[in-house]
Design a protein around this ligand. Structure first.
Ligand SMILES: Nc1nc2c(ncn2[C@@H]2O[C@H](COP(=O)(O)OP(=O)(O)OP(=O)(O)O)[C@@H](O)[C@H]2O)c(=O)[nH]1
Ligand SMILES: [Mg+2]
Length: 286
């Protein structure tokens, strides 16, 4: 009886948050486990990208002196964390390790993937090198499989110009389904536009429709057709059921574990980290 009422409460919470495009999307409970405290912050932004694309330069340009470095909990990987305000909102921003993929084959890739997957940042900024778009878009597409809230920061645009490379950012925005902002972070160029794009995605003013490549073999397609609806039913707020299903089919132990222990399912931004026994009782008795 107690359990049923609790579940009903949880379900109605989930429905509320799923219907709210302007509410924060991050998972405060999981973020805390990842060492990021969201008390007094409205939104959390992750900075992802290939190594040497200017992530730290973008981070510095956005945060100025409001930053500090530490380690990821239980890992020897360093992390820079900072903040900025925009449009009356407080944004926390986390510089992820530079990676070429998110397959979790190295510690850096695992840290970056876990942060996007479990922390559910309100916005993930993918910093790409405009002069090496083909190579950089590989990671961008992987990030867009996991989250549907992203902004592409087309950095080193000054270098692209110098090499006579023209990037059609409007076309790219249309094709990728997320805002694309040209920047030259070292010179501070495009930072205001980047801030606005982050704000638009965080507040739901820009609703992303990320491009997801669907070129699986017929056998995988059949497996996905079975698995995806089951995942969606079990975890109505999961923004990436297809990606999760593909990882499960691939035998990814970490993802299987996250499903079993509820880490993946617990995606309600407003749910308490660990509901206290007392409040459960009150709920049931009311
Ligand atoms: N020309 C130009 N150089 C840039 C720009 N942004 C960053 N840089 C330079 O690119 C180099 C790498 O920048 P970082 O910010 O350290 O790059 P990162 O992605 O943090 O690198 P890792 O953390 O090592 O992966 C530095 O020398 C920057 O000054 C830009 O927009 N234009
Ligand atoms: Mg860096």
């Amino acid at each position: 009886m107690m359990k049923t009422q609790n579940n009903q409460q949880k379900t109605s919470n989930k429905k509320q948050s799923a219907a709210c495009a302007t509410c924060p999307a991050h998972n405060a409970g999981n973020l805390l486990k990842l060492g990021v405290n969201m008390d007094n912050w409205d939104y959390v932004v992750a900075l992802a990208g290939n190594p040497n694309t200017g992530k730290s330069t973008v981070f510095n340009a956005l945060t100025g002196l409001r930053q500090h470095t530490g380690n990821w909990p239980g890992k020897t990987v360093t992390r820079a964390e900072g903040g900025f305000s925009y449009g009356g909102k407080q944004y926390k921003i986390v510089d992820l390790p530079g990676t070429y993929s998110l397959l979790s084959t190295s510690l850096d890739e695992e840290v970056a993937r876990d942060f996007i997957l479990f922390g559910q940042p309100d916005v993930t900024v993918i910093v790409v090198d405009s002069t090496r778009l083909e190579r950089n878009l590989n990671l961008a597409l992987q990030v867009l499989e996991i989250t549907d809230r992203a902004v592409i920061c087309l950095n080193l645009i000054d270098e692209a110009r110098r090499h006579d490379i023209q990037v059609d950012e409007r076309r790219l925005t249309r094709d990728l389904g997320v805002p694309v902002v040209p920047t030259a972070a070292r010179q501070g160029e495009g930072m205001q536009e980047l801030l606005k794009a982050i704000h638009d995605v965080a507040t739901g003013q820009f609703v992303c429709k990320p491009h997801r490549i669907k070129n699986e073999s017929p056998a995988i397609k059949r497996a996905l057709a079975q698995l995806v609806p089951q995942l969606e039913e079990a975890f109505p707020n999961l923004p990436n059921a297809r990606w999760v299903a593909l990882r499960l089919l691939d035998g990814d132990q970490r993802i299987a574990e996250a499903i079993q222990n509820g880490e993946l399912g617990d995606l309600d931004a407003h749910a308490p980290v660990q509901p206290e026994q007392d409040s459960e009782l009150q709920l049931t008795m009311a």
